[in-house]
Ligand binder design. Structure first.
Ligand SMILES: *Cc1c(COP(=O)(O)O)cnc(C)c1O
Length: 370
C-alpha cells in the first residue's frame, strides 16, 4: 500500500539541488546563476524552491510579475529578484519590495524613471531588455540613443544588467537563427557598455541555451525548466532529474457492462465489460478537458490507464479493466519514472502547460532528502 492518501504534488529538493549543480557545471565558474521561479516555480512551490536554491547558491531569481516577486519577499527571500514582465501600474509596489524591473519599452522606461524619482530613489537597479528576434517584448537596437538619453538625464535609476531572450535555443535546426540573436545581443551590449562607461551584467541564455550555446552564457544564465527537470525527454539533458511528482489514489471502482455509460454527457459508452477507477483530480486541479476521452493517462501498478469519458471538475475516471488494483491504491500522473512530457504530449500539449496548470487546491509536499 502506498502512503499517498489524496492528490499530492511531491517536490524533491535533492533532485533540485542536483539539477542546479549540473547546470552550474555547464557554465564558467564566474557566470552567475539566475533561477527562474515564475508561475509558482513552474507549477511547484516558488517559496520552497527559492528558499532551497538560495541555500545552494542561486545568485538571482526571476519571476514574470510583480505579485510573484512580492510573494517571494514575503517568504523571506533576500537575494535580488528580477521581474521579467512588470506592468507600470505596479511600479510603486515593485520598488517598495526591492524588486528589479526588466524595462522593455520607452513607455515603461519613462514611467519607471518617474516612479523611482517620486519615491526619492537614487540609482535604483534596473535591467534593460532588448529584442533580438523573439519579437515578444524588448527594445530594438534603434532605441539605444533614446535609452541612454533617458538614463543620462536621471540619477533615480542605474542599469545593472542588459538582457535578451532566445527564441529557439532548444531547437538545433534553428542554430543559424540563434547565433544571429547572440551576435545581435553582443553588438547592442558592446555599444551600450561603451556609452554607459561601465559594464552591467549581460544575460541572454535560458536553460536550453545553457546546454546548447556556451557562446550565449555571458555574465549570467537564466535557468528555468532545467531546474525542475519536467521535460525528462530527449530535448533536454537526461542528466536532469524531474523534481515534481503528481500522485493520487483510487477512490472507487465500478464495473460497467456493455451499453452502460460513464460520466457527464455519457461521453464513454462501454462496448464490453469495463472496470473503471475514479480518481480525485479534475479540471479544477489542472487536468484540463483535453486529457479526457483516451488522450491522457495515469499509471497504476506500473501500467498505463487511459482517462475515459469527460474530465470532471473534481474527478477523472480511468480504464483499469486489465489492471490488478483496489480502492485506495496509488495512482501516478507523473513522477521521476513516468514523465510529464509523455502524458502531456499524448494530449496535444507540453509538460510546462501540464505542470503550471496544477492548481493551488493540490497539496504540495516538499521532500528534503539532504
Ligand atoms: C521563462 C523564461 C526563462 C526560462 O526559460 P526556460 O526555457 O524554462 O529555461 C528565461 N528567460 C525569460 C525571459 C523567460 O521568460
Amino acid at each position: 500500500m502506498s502512503n499517498v492518501k489524496e492528490t499530492v504534488l511531491e517536490i524533491n529538493l535533492a533532485h533540485l539541488t542536483h539539477n542546479f549543480n549540473y547546470l552550474k557545471s555547464k557554465v564558467n565558474p564566474n557566470v552567475k546563476m539566475l533561477a527562474v521561479v515564475k508561475a509558482s516555480g513552474y507549477g511547484s512551490d516558488a517559496g520552497a524552491i527559492a528558499k532551497h536554491l538560495e541555500k545552494v547558491g542561486a545568485d538571482y531569481f526571476a519571476v514574470a510579475y510583480v505579485a510573484e516577486g512580492i510573494a517571494l519577499r514575503e517568504s523571506g527571500i533576500t537575494t535580488p529578484i528580477l521581474v521579467l514582465h512588470p506592468q507600470p501600474v505596479n511600479f510603486q509596489k515593485l520598488i517598495e519590495n526591492q524588486l528589479e524591473p526588466s524595462l522593455y519599452s520607452s513607455r515603461v522606461l519613462k514611467t519607471f524613471t518617474a516612479a523611482a524619482n517620486s519615491l526619492g530613489k537614487k540609482e535604483y537597479p534596473v535591467h534593460i531588455k532588448f529584442n533580438t528576434g523573439l519579437n515578444r517584448i524588448g527594445f530594438s537596437e534603434d532605441d539605444v540613443d533614446h535609452i541612454l538619453e533617458t538614463i543620462n538625464n536621471t540619477t533615480a535609476i542605474k542599469v545593472v544588467a542588459l538582457l535578451s531572450h532566445l527564441a529557439a535555443s532548444e531547437d538545433l535546426s534553428e542554430k543559424e537563427f540563434t547565433l544571429k540573436q547572440i551576435n545581435s545581443f553582443k553588438k547592442i551590449t558592446t555599444e551600450m557598455n561603451d556609452r554607459l562607461g561601465y559594464k552591467p551584467i549581460l544575460h541572454q541564455s535560458n536553460t536550453s541555451g545553457i546546454l546548447n550555446y556556451p557562446e550565449a552564457h555571458f555574465d549570467m544564465v537564466r535557468a528555468g525548466i532545467g531546474l525542475y527537470g519536467y521535460g525528462n525527454d530527449a530535448k533536454y539533458d537526461p542528466e536532469l532529474k524531474p523534481v515534481a511528482s503528481l500522485k493520487s489514489v483510487i477512490s472507487q471502482i465500478h464495473n460497467l457492462e456493455s451499453g452502460e455509460s460513464l460520466g457527464y454527457n455519457r461521453a464513454f459508452i462501454a462496448t464490453k465489460h469495463t472496470k473503471t477507477a475514479t480518481i480525485p483530480i479534475g479540471h479544477a486541479d489542472g487536468i484540463s478537458r483535453q486529457y479526457g476521452n483516451k488522450k491522457g493517462f495515469v499509471t497504476i501498478n506500473n501500467t498505463q490507464a487511459y482517462i475515459i469519458g469527460n474530465v470532471c471538475m473534481d474527478m477523472i475516471m480511468v480504464d483499469v479493466t486489465n489492471i490488478n488494483c483496489r480502492e485506495g491504491d496509488e495512482v501516478i500522473i507523473f513522477d521521476t519514472k513516468y514523465s510529464a512530457s509523455k502524458v502531456a504530449e499524448n494530449s496535444g500539449t507540453i509538460s510546462y502547460e501540464l505542470l503550471t496548470a496544477i492548481s493551488p487546491r493540490v497539496k504540495r509536499i516538499v521532500i528534503d532528502d539532504n
